[in-house]
Design a protein around this ligand. Sequence first.
Ligand SMILES: [Zn+2]
Length: 288
Amino acid sequence: MKSAPPIRSLKLGAFKVIVVNDGTRVTEKPHEIYGTNQSQQAVAELLQQNFLPTEALVNSFSPVLVDTGTDVVLFDTGMGEGGREAGMGRLAEGIRAAGYAPEQVSVVVVTHMHGDHIGGLMEAGKPAFANARYVMGETEYAFWKDPARAGTPAENGHKAVLEKIVPLAEKTTFIGDGAEVVPGISAVAAFGHSPGHMVFRLDSDGKGMMLTADTANHYVLSLQRPDWEVRFDMDKTKAAETRRRVFDMIASERLPFIGYHMPFPAVGFVEKQGEGYRFVPVSYQLDI
Ligand SMILES: [Zn+2]
């Protein structure tokens, strides 16, 4: 029998925060994704300085469950059934391993509508979180739902939104910058990676944390060199500006953050260093 996917529980004031690993994926040729406006040599050197291989990288995918005591709020849904053959799409297993059932999720928040975040919304044509309402960015939805995406590079994303999100629209609150999801959880516009990408701030009993979603997609390449262009950032200039704004704030407030694609458990801190930020992985700061 296969063991459950990795999970990590943390305390944030009165909130219980659980990171679930939906899966990991190895990708070849990092320089074709990160630092696409840099030389292959520059990308390889930065990886090497950080004790990382230069020919491939590991990307991990980490949805987050937040139990506020009143609500069970899930942020993003992983790859879903489309990822199972590749050993991904393990969110529901992880939720169970954490002692919850998918039916207990009361709110599903979607940070943005790329496939690795919305893939798990539906399971065999039915909502995977049967009792949930949904919260999603209005700018993001307007972009992907628009039939004008047909025949453009966003066509597959448009089709995925028709399949996974349009059927849930009646149960969805579409939000903008600053909106409250539930008490202690609020949205911050962080556009650039996608047209309406949103990040979220958690606050409980005087403790704060950011969920940065895809603001930075690699703990070295995106954080140490926030201005380097990334293939997955749809508006590269705006994505870089957003990275600096969000991580400047996290560094100056010394907040912990969870980044969807950071190495599992995807939790850490940053300090300003050189032209970017140094990632400090969590140890026991949120256990005691
Ligand atoms: Zn992503």
